[in-house]
Ligand binder design. Structure first.
Ligand code: HEC
Length: 252
């Protein structure tokens, strides 16, 4: 292996101990922080689809919603199907899909519920939802559309700033490692930045097409791999590797 390197390159072992302690401290805390970030990602997204572990399906549900019917629709298609004329059931479904507005409720939905459902669902039976109460109906038509755009925007800017700091510090420390070929070193250093852009962009795109959940998934894995690679190589080379003789510069 040739040790010809750029004249600005210094291996960890050429740095004074204080600098290596600084690097090590930063790596330790960043490593712990990354663990917490992964645990947090796991507990907030895993098993949303009902099966254990964090899958692409979980991400689709998190970002674009479950796509399941609202409870009112399920009831109209299921146990309550015989309680109402199919044309009226279709009107209610249409109203839900059009955004369940207050006007639509007053005009179309309320009379249908009054005539067909209120005999049982008037609040007199505490086990049945009171369909004469607008707020109750609202809760029954809530559809899960995933994380709101507002939340995504908030989380995006925090992540973009945060991840840049993390991978800048990490990558800066890693530049002192001796890795050949050079393209591999550049790739590992650069990939997290590309990955975070694709990852965050795909949070939004998953709302439009669920296939983008794969980009979120793969982006996260790329970042984690880069992080682990840089962390382990840096720590190892910092304390257990001496730079090859022909590389070490003559100290004045
Ligand atoms: C004859 C009485 C009766 C009528 C009329 C009736 N329901 Fe029900 N409904 C029930 C009973 C009993 C249950 C609870 C048992 C069940 O879930 O099957 C229920 C449950 C429901 C639920 C709750 C399902 C859930 O997610 O927990 C909804 C929603 C519902 N009905 C909607 C309607 C609508 C809309 C109408 C009118 C088109 C209607 N019901 C008419 C008796 C009635």
């Amino acid at each position: 292996m040739s040790t010809n390197v750029h004249r600005l390159y210094f291996h960890y072992s050429e740095y004074p101990p204080s600098m290596r302690v600084l690097f090590t401290g930063a790596l330790l805390v960043l490593g712990i922080a990354y663990m917490f970030a992964m645990v947090q990602t796991y507990i907030s997204h895993a098993a949303r689809d009902g099966s254990p572990g964090l899958s692409v399906q979980d991400l689709i549900i998190a970002y674009s919603g479950s796509k399941e019917d609202s409870r009112l629709e399920s009831a109209l298609k299921g146990p309550m199907i015989d309680m109402v004329d199919p044309a009226d059931a279709a009107r209610i479904t249409l109203w839900i899909h059009d955004g369940a507005s207050r006007e639509g409720y007053d005009e179309t939905v309320q009379p249908i519920l009054e005539n067909n459902c209120a005999s049982c669902h008037d609040g007199s039976n505490p086990h049945l939802p009171n369909l004469t109460d607008y707020n109750v109906v609202q809760d029954l038509v809530a559809v899960d559309t995933g994380v709101s755009i507002y939340t995504l925007v908030r989380v995006s800017h925090i992540h973009l700033f945060g991840i840049t700091f993390i991978f800048f510090i990490m990558g800066f420390i890693f530049t002192h490692a001796l890795i050949k070929p050079i393209w591999l070193k550049c790739l590992v250093t650069g990939i997290p930045f590309l990955a975070i852009i694709l990852d965050i962009g795909s949070w939004y795109l998953t709302k439009i097409h669920p296939g983008f959940a794969w980009v979120v998934y793969i982006g996260g894995i790329c970042m984690a791999f880069s992080f682990a690679f840089m962390w382990i190589t840096s720590m190892y080379q910092m304390w257990f590797m001496r730079a090859p003789e022909d590389l070490v510069r003559n100290a004045d």
